[in-house]
Every structure is written in C-alpha cells, then in structure tokens.
Design a protein around this ligand. Structure first.
Ligand code: DGJ
Length: 731
C-alpha cells in the first residue's frame, strides 16, 4: 500500500520504497503541505506546524479573527492566485466579472489502483501486473463551481510521485484558466540550492548550481519547445549535497512546450518550488462541462545524493515513459549522411556510404536532410514531403531496397512541423504557417512553423508521413525540429490565441501518437537541432533523442554529463564524427571520439570513404566491441565520477547484476610531470571480487571503490582509456 489516508479522510501520505510525501486538508479545507523526504511512518505532523501573526499577511475571511492563519505563510499543495497568498501561485482563474482569483478548498478524495493518464499528453505508464496507485484529491473553488483534481501517481519501487492537475468547469458560465501549473512543493525550513540545466544550440544542459534566495530563480522557455536554452528539469538540494551524499529533490516536466519552473524563498525563509506550462503564453477558456489537464511533473527524492536521484529518473523514464519495442532492444548502429555529405549527395553517394557502412559492420544507413522537394540547402521545400527522384536516382522505395540489398536497414530524416516559404505547400496554404495577422513573421533557418493546432495540417502531415513510411522499407525516422516558435497565432477562424501555444503542443503530440500507433515497429529518434527537445515528454514517443548537434567529443563530455542527471543513457544518441570537428575545429583521437559516443544509441556521422584504411579497420573493431557491450550501455547503471572542469572526465556503466563494469576516462587537460589518474570506482558489490582488464589486478568491490584504480600510464591531452571489471571467484 503506497497511499495512506487518515480515518477522517483529510490526511494523506504517499509512500515509495524510500520516500514519504504528506499533506492534509486543514480546518479551512486548504490543502496544506507537510513533508517530502526520507520515508517515515504515517503519523499526524500537525504539531510541527507553526502559526504566527505576520504583519501584512492577510487572513482568509473564514478564519475570523484568527490572525495567525494566513495563506501567505502557509505551506500549500496548490496555492491559488489573488486570495491572500502573494507568493508564486499554481492556479489562477479569470471570471466574467473581470476578477482573477482561485481559492480551492478540499472536497473529497479517491484512490485509483492504476497510474493516472492524461488525455493527449505524455504520462508515466504502469501495467496491470505492476500497477501504480494514484491518489486523486478534489477541491472546489470557493466562489464558483470550478473543481480542481490533484492527482498523485505513486511509483513505489522507483521512488517517484507523478503529479498533475485537472480543472473542471461544473458551473454555468465560461471561465478562463490563466495559470494551471503541474506541481507546487513548499519547504518549511532550511537553505537550499537549485541545480538547473541551461545551454544553447550545440552546448545543451550544462548544469549550474546556485543558492535559493529571496529573488525568484526561474527556469523557463517561451520557444514553443522545451529548448536548448533551458531544460524542463531541475533539482533542489541541500548546500552540502554531492553525487553520493545528501538530500535532493528532482522536478522533471513531461512537456515539450513553453514551461516555467521556479524556486524562491518567501519572507520567512520558506522555499516554494513550482513547475508547469508557462502562463505567459496561456489563457484557456473553459466552457461549462469542460476540463483542462496540466502536464505531468515527475518528482523524486534521494537522501543519498544526485547519483541515486539520477538512477531513479533513469529507471522511471526508461521503463515507464519510453514505449515501444525498441526500448529494451539493441538499437542499430547507424551511419548518418548529415556530416558526411550535408545536402550534397546523389544516389551514388548514398550507395557508397551504404557499402562502406556495411563493410565496417554498421546496421543502418540514415538518409538525413535533403532528399525531398528541391531541397539542396536549408532555404526550401519543408512541407513538400515527396522524394526528389532526380537526386535519389529513383524512388525512395528503390533506394531503400538498394540499401537493404547491401544488408543494411534504412532510416530517413523528416521535419514535419516546419514549412519553407519556397514550397508548394506554402504556396497552396500560407495560412497553415503560424504568423500574426498584419505582421511579417520571424524567420529562423529560413523557415516558418506549421500551425499544429489545426487538424487539417495534422491530417496532411500524417497522410504524407504514412505514405512515405508505407511506400518504402523504412525502419527508423529522425524527427527533427529546427527552430524556436515565435508567433503563437493561428489563422484558424475562431481560434482563441491564448490557447494556441498549448493546442499547438497537443497537436504535435497527436501527430506523434498517430504515427507511433500506425507504425509500431518504427524506431523514432527525436531531434531538435540536436538536443532542443530533449525532455521527458518526447521520450513517450521516441526512446532516443539526438543529444546535440555538437559532435565534438570533448564538448560532448559536458553535454552528456548534464543530460545524465535526468535522462537515461539508453535515450542518448551520440555519433562519431570527423576531425577537425565541424563544430569546434578540434582534433581528438578516434578512440576517444568512439568512447564518448558509446551510449545507448551509437553511430557514425562521417564519410567512411574519406578515412584511411587503418581507421576503417579500427571502426570495424569498435562496432564489434560496442555490440558486445551494448546492453551495458543501454541498461547499465551510469555513474558520473567527475565533474566538468576537472583534469579528466570519468564515468562508469555497471551491469544490473553488478557482474560487469566499464570505466571510461578522457584526459581533458595535460601537463608536464603529471600525476597519474586515480579514479575511485562506484556501483560494485563491496563483497564481490573484480578483475581489472588493464592491470589484471583483483580486488574486492569495497577496495576498488575506496582506493580506486590508478591508471599505469600518463595520457596526453584528449587521450582516453576504457577499463573493464569482471566479477571473479577468489580461491
Ligand atoms: C539538425 C540536426 O540536429 C542535424 O543532425 C541534421 O539532421 C540537420 N538538422 C539537418 O537539417
């Protein structure tokens, strides 16, 4: 039983294996937050509450002269706007009389024996054999017939609580939902730090850690995408929390559109954390009888540092967010045409790349951008999803057959949500592009964005995608998205523009859903100019995501480090590219590029024909080596052993049964008379013995973890090493 309710039906505790979350409906029906942390017995925590008459913090009408009760100082589950709590709110409604307010009070609760699902939005899933329980608490707005249902799906073994909110209009007139976030958690005492994952194109998710103070620390996107610039995941921690010690709380939003997340201390030093859809692009008309659902926020807590928290997120996202047959299967080793040829290819090029890929033992040729319309640069043809038979020397089907004849699978790039002005589609339907009436639209990469809130647009795209996917043997699609959205304005007659941003996102998800349902065997790799939509929501539709357009192995160390805080390595697509690297000009040994790219979705992004024979031979060996270990990269526990900025980077994969481990070390810096690298290992069984592949030494896991491995060689800058540890019996 993971959900406990007190006999009076007003106190709730959600227990996972190691965590507890408690809240209650107080005497005024306000949902008050009590606790989120280490697992505790279910006991009444009311004695820990502290009430004081705090000047300029008003009191609700029903508290009469009780001046010590104020919503402005109360720890709450889902604070409303405009009713005496001046802090960040989770919900706000606009009424026909011009007022804006939301004051929800407890009405009832129920427990469901399955995980909560959200119509049209991604959400963690469970199974009949291993169900998750959901607590649903219903509240009613004091001055109207609007109800709020707060759902808490408890994934016990994974230490995860998934929250969402639904607003239902049971009244007789329309209201506008001006804000409906996904979660709020109030922390009564203590100092905290917030770790966030900002970045930019080609440098995504580089963590920053800062103290939570009285100014609001807000992460956000207004780009219509989760974005390169800020990831919709953040964690709160104690100032002394490290990888392996201390408390931390994760907040990860399963949403790929504009979002906010914030942490701020209030006047009394209490910390409020919220996360959800960005209210700046949101105003939703709720007609009588209608309901609105906020996306899911995935919460987790660890008392043992970031590593434990990351493992909890890796498990929940890989096993309960990703769907489809590819999640737990070896993914094909791909050779992608993008950095090999960009737009400059013909059938001969593709077949040459294919034959070279087959020779080194790769599994799939991926034809990237440039195969459709008359797209020989990024200035045209998006929307015209018809193959360029002249460039391809025939149909896609014939090309795909030719690739298959060489023993390879075939993958294809698409960018469905975009439209070029130079396209037949735009000439026929300029109104299908997002643009504010009377204003010229903002171009980015010379392209506009299709209005995905429109059914006719989605039907057209589904029609084209399904014709392409059923017209040729295509096992994989790289689904790209190469600009931020600017004008959230729909030309659809009667469109309510405050709803366009979210309706646009729902439209994108609907298209993904239709494609995945119609082509269940297809492997979709998500992409947005690299990692601009690397979020939990997208993992519902695609089990892997192109991590960054930056393929420089040294930059990738930091990008993949940041990505690993929330997202499993099975989802991280990484490729080996040529040197000097196309994004940074840096030259890094092939072996190091390969080691960094060996994640759950590995491949190459170069013209194998332009390499020297020894390099091709090396690649053939590397692919074999990868295949022999791919389960470890896909399903193994990932341990960050160093931080960006250190002399070397080190990380480990440990198999589920802890029989095998693989350590990678990359030298970031080099110096004269350097000391060797000494890395303490993690994740081994303390009492088991392990043999080191590099030195042959055998030690207990306890010794390897306490004393570490000293590498016997001094490495040059950008050189690297892989060391394997195998469990052995000691006589
Ligand atoms: C951006 C992607 O991230 C690249 O890998 C490539 O597919 C290009 N788009 C193609 O336009």
């Amino acid at each position: 039983m993971s959900i406990h309710i007190s006999a009076d039906g007003r106190r709730f505790q959600l227990d996972t294996r190691d965590t507890s979350y408690q809240f209650h409906a107080d005497k005024y029906g306000v949902l008050a937050h009590d606790y989120y942390g280490k697992r505790i017995p279910f006991e009444d925590l009311t004695d820990g509450e502290f009430f004081a008459d705090v000047g300029f913090s008003g009191n609700p009408w029903d508290a009469g002269e009780e001046r010590t009760y104020s919503l402005d100082t109360r720890l709450q589950e889902f604070p409303g706007y405009g009713c005496g709590d001046y802090r960040e709110s989770a919900v706000s409604l606009a009424f026909s009389n011009g007022s804006q307010a939301a004051d929800f009070r407890y009405e009832s609760c129920k427990v469901m024996d399955r995980a909560w699902t959200i119509p049209g939005l991604p959400a963690l899933w469970d199974t009949e054999e291993a169900p998750a329980q959901t607590l649903v608490v219903t509240l009613k707005e004091r001055a109207s017939n609007i109800r709020l249902q707060l759902s808490y799906a408890v994934f016990e073994a994974e230490n995860v609580i998934a929250r969402s909110a639904r607003i239902v209009n049971d009244g007789a007139e329309a209201v506008y939902v001006e804000r409906c976030l996904s979660c709020c958690v109030d922390y009564g005492f203590g100092d905290y730090e917030l770790m966030i994952f900002p970045g930019r194109h080609c440098m995504e998710r580089v963590p920053q850690r800062q103290s939570v103070g009285f100014t609001k620390q807000e992460v956000y996107s207004l780009r219509g995408a989760s974005s390169h610039q800020m990831n919709p995941a953040m964690l709160l921690c104690r100032p002394d929390t490290t990888e392996t010690q201390g408390e931390c709380w994760g907040y990860c939003l399963a949403y790929s559109g504009s979002f906010i997340g914030s942490a701020q201390k209030d006047q009394r030093g209490q910390t409020r954390v919220v996360m959800g859809i960005n209210p700046a692009q949101f105003s939703w008309r709720l007609q009588p009888g209608d309901s609105f659902d906020a996306p899911q926020a995935i919460l987790s807590y660890s008392a043992a540092g970031f590593e434990r928290l990351s493992h909890q997120y890796h498990d929940i996202l890989r096993n309960h967010m990703c769907r489809g047959q590819w999640v737990h299967k070896p993914k094909p080793v791909v050779v992608n045409t993008w950095e090999a040829a960009y737009f400059n290819f013909d059938r001969e090029t593709v077949m040459r790349l294919t034959k070279d890929a087959a020779k080194v033992g790769a599994d799939m040729l991926v034809l990237d951008d440039g195969w459709f319309g008359h797209r020989d640069s990024d200035t045209s043809s998006l929307g015209d999803w018809y193959e360029n038979t002249k460039k391809l020397g025939g149909t896609l089907a014939s090309l795909s057959n030719a690739v298959h004849d060489e023993g390879l699978l075939f993958g294809l790039w698409v960018e469905p949500e975009m439209i070029s002005e130079d396209s037949d589609l735009y000439r026929a339907h300029p109104e299908w592009a997002l643009a504010i009436e009377g204003r010229p639209p903002v171009r980015s990469r010379c392209q506009l964005v299709l209005d995905m809130s429109r059914k006719d647009v989605r039907d057209y795209l589904f029609g084209r995608l399904s014709a392409i996917l059923s017209g040729a043997r295509i096992e994989y699609v790289k689904w790209d998205f190469n600009r931020s959205v600017c004008e959230m304005w729909s030309h659809l007659p009667g469109a309510r523009q405050g709803e366009t941003a979210h309706r646009w996102m729902l439209g994108v998800y609907e298209l993904f859903e239709r494609v995945t349902a119609a082509f269940p065997e297809l492997l979709i790799e998500n992409c947005s100019g690299g990692g601009g939509r690397f979020d939990a929501g997208m993992l519902y539709y695609s089990p892997q995501i192109w991590c960054s357009d930056n393929t420089d192995a040294v930059n990738r160390l930091d990008i993949q480090y940041g990505t690993s805080f929330f997202y499993p390595m099975s989802a991280v697509a990484a490729h080996v590219s040529v040197c000097p690297n196309h994004q940074t000009g840096r030259t890094v040994p092939l072996m190091t590029r390969t080691r960094v790219a060996m994640t759950g979705a590995f491949g190459y992004e170069l013209d194998l024909g332009k390499l020297k024979e020894p390099e091709r031979a090396q690649i053939a060996r590397d692919i074999q080596a990868y295949k022999a270990r791919e389960e470890l990269f896909r399903e193994g526990r990932y341990h960050r052993l160093t931080k960006p900025g250190e002399r070397y980077a080190a990380w480990m994969y440990v198999s589920e049964n802890r029989d095998k481990a693989l350590l990678n070390v990359v030298m970031r810096e080099a110096e004269g008379n350097a000391m060797p690298v000494k890395v303490p290992l993690r994740g081994l069984l303390p009492e088991a013995s392990y043999r080191c592949s590099l030195t042959g030494a055998v030690h207990s896991g306890a010794v390897w973890m306490a004393c570490g491995l000293t590498l016997p060689v001094i490495y040059w800058q950008y050189e690297s090493e892989t060391v394997e540890f195998e469990r052995v019996q000691r006589g």
